[in-house]
Design a protein around this ligand. Structure first.
Ligand SMILES: NC(=O)c1ccc[n+]([C@@H]2O[C@H](COP(=O)([O-])OP(=O)(O)OC[C@H]3O[C@@H](n4cnc5c(N)ncnc54)[C@H](O)[C@@H]3O)[C@@H](O)[C@H]2O)c1
Ligand SMILES: N[C@H](CO)Cc1c[nH]c[nH+]1
Ligand SMILES: [Zn+2]
Length: 435
């Protein structure tokens, strides 16, 4: 099932932990080649290329790339009431947590009559990607749309792959979630081509380019986001799902196994990693996983993920080593199943989201915790973060000095401008005081 990497007795201070950690064979750099070609085709051939890519990867040519408003309305009307209630609960919780992510503007007074205001300005148009290949993700509609709305983004374009069994439209629960949130611009397109279309626009389809692209997806989607970064902003590389669990001898193998499996079912390339100082826990978890995998709905996909090079049980000497391994890996999701999870948390520096104790599984965060499930993968948690309202906001500085406030620093500006051999800078200040 899962291979074992035994790090006991190794000096982890000097060892390069990143090279010891399990990682997938097809990484983002490999996927970049394919993603680049798909984006180039969309730039050259517009909607025709998007239709071709849907046919090739999703098995259907969409009747219309832009989803008609009636299809969104019909999906809302046909939505299972239980699913609607669950989505509405998710919306309420994510909205509450997202509202706390909007920074207040700050005014700093530097002199009488001289202020610098820092305001937070939303992007004017964002593209939101919602995956829909191996599974469909109405929850990702909520995780993208709600923080964008909380941030005040006026224009949203949502993309999700065409579904063969629904006549080339995105999945009806995705359309329904968009409809519940009042999003009316939905595009039937997926993968790297969709990211290219959002970044550069598709004039012949009436798709205007966006300023920022957010949302999760497979390795090709993550690679495409990396490629268009610079043309547009992106939230983070939120690619193939990862879970890393730090567990000690007090942990329940049944819960650890269930949570490793819950993320392995996303994708054959999903990574499930257990880091433990207890070989008894490792053995019991393996035994529990074998039973669970045999009977789970997505058994084949999960078994492939667990047996892949990206998944492993890592044996370490103690909790300090476990935290060092986890920090070097920088997992998308980190669960702490230790005797004192808060004490373990104090050792953690790098992770997308951290789940403490037996009653905070990743599945809670996936749907209902209020936190955002769009999270950095592939080690990107070392420098980026979960999607949030802040992802759609840019800090802008607004500068306002009156005559006397400028006069108070006039000579210093002239001195510095002279030191930089840029005297016209100083003269631009001095001219205001002529006469
Ligand atoms: N990190 C996060 O925040 C997060 C959240 C949710 C889901 N996920 C991940 O999102 C992914 C969803 O993947 P999915 O496949 O279900 O949906 P997806 O929409 O991400 O990918 C499907 C699209 O991938 C493209 N594609 C498929 N095979 C390809 C190939 N060989 N070459 C080039 N392009 C190809 C096609 O365009 C297809 O429409 C999973 O890996 C899941 O783990 C991540
Ligand atoms: N675990 C995924 C993030 O990697 C999010 C998700 C959505 N639905 C189920 N799970
Ligand atoms: Zn999940």
């Amino acid at each position: 099932m899962m291979r074992t990497i035994d790090l006991r007795g190794i000096d982890l201070i000097t060892a390069d932990l990143r090279t010891l950690a399990p990682r997938p064979v097809v990484d983002i750099e490999v996927a970049s080649r394919a993603a680049g070609e798909l984006i180039a085709a969309v730039r050259e051939h517009g909607s025709e290329a998007l239709h071709d890519q849907s046919e090739r990867f999703d098995g259907v040519r969409p009747a219309s790339l832009r989803v008609p408003a009636e299809a969104i309305r019909a999906a809302v009307d046909a939505l299972d009431p239980k699913v609607r209630a669950a989505l509405e609960e998710t919306i309420v919780r994510v909205r509450a947590a997202s509202a706390a992510q909007v920074p207040a503007p700050q005014t700093t007074t530097l002199a009488d009559g001289g202020v610098v205001v820092q305001r937070w300005q939303p992007v004017t148009r964002a593209g939101l990607y919602v995956p829909g290949g191996k599974a469909v993700y109405p929850s990702s509609v909520v995780m993208n749309v709600v923080p964008a709305q909380v941030a005040g983004v006026p224009s949203l374009a949502l993309a999700s792959p065409a579904q063969k069994e629904f006549g080339g439209l995105p999945h009806p629960t995705i359309l329904a979630a968009a409809g519940l949130l009042g999003v009316d611009e939905v595009w039937a397109m997926g993968g790297a081509g969709a990211i290219g279309a959002l970044a550069h626009g598709v004039p012949d389809a009436g798709l205007a380019p966006v300023q920022l692209i957010t949302g999760p997806g497979n390795i090709y989607v993550a690679a495409a986001k990396r490629l268009v970064r610079g043309t547009v902003g992106i939230d983070a590389e939120a690619g193939t799902t990862e879970i890393l669990i730090i567990a000690d001898g007090t942990a329940s193998p049944k819960l650890v196994a269930a949570d490793l499996l819950s993320q392995a079912e996303h994708d054959e390339a999903a990574a499930s990693v257990l880091v433990t100082d207890s070989s008894a826990l490792a053995d019991a978890t393996t035994e529990a996983l074998e039973k669970l995998v045999a009977s789970t709905a997505n058994s084949e996909r999960a078994a492939t993920a667990l047996a892949g090079p990206q998944s492993a049980i890592m044996l370490v000497d103690d909790e300090v080593a476990a935290a060092a391994v986890s920090n070097a890996y920088a997992p998308e999701h980190l669960e702490l199943h230790t005797a004192d999870p808060r004490a373990t948390l104090a050792r953690i520096t790098d992770a997308g989201a951290i789940f403490l104790g037996n009653y905070s599984p990743v599945s809670l965060g996936d749907y209902m915790a209020g936190s955002n499930h769009v999270l950095p993968t592939g080690g990107a948690a070392r420098f980026s973060s979960a999607l949030g309202a802040y992802s759609f906001l840019r800090p802008q500085q607004v500068i306002e000095y009156d005559r006397s406030a400028l006069a108070s620093v006039r000579d210093r500006i002239i001195d510095l401008a002279g030191a930089e051999a840029l005297p016209a800078h100083g003269e631009a200040v001095a001219v205001r005081f002529d006469g």
